[in-house]
Write a protein that binds this ligand. Structure first.
Ligand SMILES: CC(C)(COP(=O)(O)OP(=O)(O)OC[C@H]1O[C@@H](n2cnc3c(N)ncnc32)[C@H](O)[C@@H]1OP(=O)(O)O)[C@@H](O)C(=O)NCCC(=O)NCCS
Length: 182
């Protein structure tokens, strides 16, 4: 693992070559289930990237700002996207390191973070908890629809500091976007 270099990078600092290299990693990690919209969702915030000795990204996680409503309270929260480790590098702790470094970024900039995943066990070890309430999507016209298509929502509260109004049993609402809303 000593051949790896870790970096924390804002999306605006990433050029076209970086973006293409990240897309190769995501396609390797997720296979065909990773779409152009999924790639777009990963930008607009902060990235944790591990690169090998040739500069190729082999692990990634990003957090982007999103407006989320919990019950009646709107929050500017972090939303975690494109958590990926190259197939050849799995089960060596890289995903854990990426999420630990990203948690530091989340703690510095946001009251809490959410993500959607089918791999709950991976995140539970890292302090993430399952959202217990329902999930909805708010369309541009203001209409809200229940949306349970995603793998399952999870939430991270940095350092366990209580966030007033953040009740994991309430409905949580995100604003719609191209591709998967959650
Ligand atoms: C999920 C993923 C990022 C994990 O990366 P990784 O570097 O292999 O993870 P780590 O080595 O840090 O894993 C540490 C522990 O997490 C658990 N774990 C790892 N992958 C897991 C998964 N997919 N589901 C549940 N638990 C998992 C294991 O307990 C593992 O410990 P072990 O190897 O001693 O059994 C990687 O498998 C991946 O890129 N998957 C495809 C893309 C994806 O599903 N992304 C996340 C979902 S949003």
């Amino acid at each position: 693992m000593s051949d790896l270099r870790w970096a924390v990078v804002a999306s605006r600092e990433l050029g076209d070559a970086d973006r293409s290299a990240l897309r190769e990693l995501w396609d390797d990690a997720f296979g065909e289930r990773f779409s152009d919209d999924d790639a777009d969702h990963a930008f607009g915030g902060v990235h944790v990237i591990a690169r090998d000795d040739e500069g190729r990204p082999v692990a990634h996680a990003s957090a982007v700002p999103r407006r989320l409503r919990v019950g009646e309270t709107w929050f500017e929260a972090a939303y975690v996207e494109a958590v990926a480790v190259a197939r050849a590098r799995r089960r060596q702790g890289l995903g854990t390191i990426a999420m630990e470094l990203l948690a530091d970024q989340i703690a510095a900039g946001w009251p809490f973070a959410m993500l959607s995943t089918g791999s709950h066990g991976f995140y539970e070890r890292l302090g993430w908890r399952r959202w217990a309430g329902r999930s909805l999507t708010r369309r541009a016209d203001g209409a809200e629809e229940f949306d349970d298509e995603h793998g399952g929502l999870m939430v991270l509260v940095p350092d366990g500091v209580p966030v007033p109004g953040l009740d994991l049993t309430l409905d949580v609402v995100c604003e719609d976007r191209a591709g998967d809303a959650w």
